[in-house]
Design a protein around this ligand. Structure first.
Ligand SMILES: Nc1ncnc2c1ncn2[C@@H]1O[C@H](COP(=O)(O)OP(=O)(O)O)[C@@H](O)[C@H]1O
Ligand SMILES: [Mg+2]
Length: 594
């Protein structure tokens, strides 16, 4: 794990070496300062030798300046290395996340990825900076001060030694008990981010369902959990400081006591006692730093693991060795396909025994209640997920043989939860084909019945779409998404409930456009309204992950119970596949403008 992370800091090798080096210089300068101040007292003040005081004062000033400069330089190099490290980590993670398949993302959750990219990286950055600046400085300063103290007075140095051992023991005990909580904190951050993200993404739905209170309490719980964890961890860490102070004052008193006796016996000078007291401070300060490093490192270990997980994660859908670069036609064949969302294939099967042959150019309607795995079925075709068992052929070849980009360009999916990005309408359309001309964009929009409302906008195709498409209606957004998919000129076009927010007349117009303009494209239309798929060559009725029936509208009316019921209920007026008020369904349709 450490190796994976260290790779990202290579670029800052120079800074990573210079920082501790500068800090070591700082220690050297600092070590001589107490000697000078002692000498000033003994040789200058006591003997009223003003020129000596001036001279040593100047030396001290120079030393302090040297310490300051090396300290500053160390700080600058350290900051550069640590922030650069953080930048590289973020980039590396981000690049890898781009290769993730849907199931990789399911595994981490979007919120989890956000925490890892932000909080966890910041932790590593802080810890790294601390390590660079203090990991060498603190122990060296401690040892040097110790040696100097022993060379001046072994008797007093022994007092330090006892204090150091006492403190070190306490600090280690405290830190180990705090560590356990720090490790848990980050898991809780995921929950918090999830709550924030979900709420802000779906704020309109939250408001529409008057669920603010529920969301607020969910958020409160998540932040309460973090609060509790931190209080527990910090309550261990805060003991650190009083113990430290207690030891420092204890040391000063004992040194003063022992020192006073030694001075009156003539074994020590006042100046030397002063020097010793300053070393005492240096030693204890170093110890404090060491304990802080210990905390930061243990805190960031959890973060490091979480970051390494993302960097290490291999996308489970990758390009084959010698990919097929052309899709022959829009022929689709499912052979004994089973599918489950769990990566290891152990989870409950969502799709079972799917055998299906769709001929190139056919129009297929899919209907079935929410949760009957309609979306799961079509997502397999463009390899958003891989089948768990069986085989899926497109254009006569297994989807796994194709270059992913080629396959996804030829199999255009308008996802059920589709999004627009901030940018103009043209920018958004060109996601489908970045070289598309304005005429091509207009042609696609005409088929998708988007042209009519775009012309109505003041800026036409240059109208700016806000983030998430919040300034266009659900139906308009759906039509733009269809146009965007059409621009790929795909051999297979899949619409996953993509006209749910479009009125019936426009819906019919779009279907007519498909028939006239893209007759050779295989069209798969998932819909809730029978009217949307009634004219399809064949209709698939899905139920609980299985194909319940397949045939034309006229055939199904006669042979398929479910289809007949739905048809009758919709013609009877309810017009909806699911029971009225099913929240999932309602969200998908009216939430089109989320
Ligand atoms: N990303 C996912 N991870 C795990 N389970 C999922 C995921 N997406 C859908 N499911 C489950 O798969 C089943 C079928 O869902 P889906 O294909 O979306 O149905 P439909 O599109 O017919 O409403 C449901 O039980 C749903 O809970
Ligand atoms: Mg669906």
């Amino acid at each position: 794990m450490v190796k994976i992370l260290l790779k990202e800091v290579k670029e800052f090798k120079k800074e990573s070496i210079l920082t501790p080096l500068c800090m070591i210089f700082e220690v050297i300068f600092e070590t001589f300062i107490p000697l000078c101040s002692g000498a000033i007292v003994d040789n200058g003040v006591k003997q009223a030798n003003m020129p000596y005081v001036w001279k040593m004062g100047a030396v001290m000033l120079a030393l302090a300046l040297g310490g300051l400069i090396s300290g500053c330089l160390g700080g600058i190099f350290g900051a550069k290395a640590a922030t650069g490290f953080a930048r590289n980590l973020r980039k590396k993670m981000y690049d890898n996340i781009q290769t993730f398949s849907f199931s990789n993302i399911d595994k981490f959750s979007t919120a989890g990825l956000v925490t890892r990219l932000t909080t966890d990286v910041t932790n590593i950055q802080n810890a790294y900076q601390m390590i660079l600046r203090m990991a060498f400085r603190a122990p060296i300063s401690l040892i040097v001060a110790m040696i100097m103290a022993y060379s001046i007075s072994p008797k007093i140095a022994n007092v330090y030694l006892i204090a150091v051992i006492f403190l070190a023991t306490i600090v280690i005990i405290l830190m180990i008990s705090a560590m356990k909580y720090f490790r848990q904190v980050f898991k809780k951050y995921d929950d918090l981010n999830e709550s924030v993200q979900e709420n802000t993404n779906a704020i309109r739905v939250v408001k529409a369902y008057v669920r603010e209170d529920y969301e607020v309490s969910k958020f409160k719980k998540a932040s309460e959990n973090i609060y509790k964890m931190f209080v527990k961890a910090e309550s261990k860490v805060v003991i650190n400081m009083p113990v430290m102070m207690f030891t420092i004052y204890g040391c000063i008193i004992s040194i003063s006591y022992v020192g006073a006796h030694m001075i009156s016996a003539g074994a020590l000078t006042t100046g030397k006692l002063m020097t010793l007291l300053q070393y005492c401070m240096n030693i204890l300060f170093s110890l404090m730093m060491l304990s802080m490093i210990f905390v930061m490192v243990s805190m960031s270990m959890a973060s490091a693991e979480r970051i390494a997980e993302v960097i290490k994660e291999e996308p489970d859908i990758t390009n084959p060795e010698n990919p097929v670069m052309t899709v022959a036609n829009g022929d689709i064949e499912f052979k004994d396909v089973d599918f489950s969302y769990a990566v290891d294939g152990k989870g409950e099967a969502v799709l079972k025994d799917i055998n299906l042959h769709i001929r190139s150019g056919e129009t297929i309607g899919i209907i079935g209640p929410t949760g009957s795995a309609k979306s799961s079925l079509v997502n397999l075709i463009s390899r958003l997920y891989d089948v768990t068992a069986g085989e899926l052929l497109v254009g006569g070849k297994n989807v796994k043989e194709y270059d992913l980009q080629v396959l996804r360009d030829q199999v255009a999916v308008v996802l059920q939860k589709n999004v627009l990005f901030s940018g103009t309408i043209l920018d958004n359309l060109r996601w489908g084909n970045k070289d598309a001309t304005l005429e091509e964009c207009q042609a696609a929009c005409k088929i998708a019945c988007a042209d009519e409302f775009i012309q109505g906008f003041e800026n036409g195709y240059d109208t700016y779409i806000e983030q998430g498409g919040s300034n266009v209606s659900g139906g308009q957004k759906q039509r733009l998404c269809i146009a965007r998919a059409l621009l790929k000129k795909p051999k297979i076009l899949i619409l996953d409930d993509s006209t749910s927010a479009v009125d019936t007349a426009t819906d019919a117009k779009i279907r007519k456009g498909f028939l006239e303009e893209i007759p050779d494209t295989t069209k798969i239309i998932i819909a809730q309204r029978i009217s949307s798929i009634q004219a399809a060559d064949r209709i698939i009725v899905m139920e609980e992950g299985r194909i319940n029936g397949i045939g034309s509208h006229d055939e199904l009316i006669k042979t398929n119970e479910i289809y007949k019921d739905v048809y009758e209920s919709q013609n009877g007026g309810s017009g909806d596949f699911d029971e009225v008020g099913d929240p999932v369904k309602s969200q998908n349709t009216e939430g089109g403008d989320r």
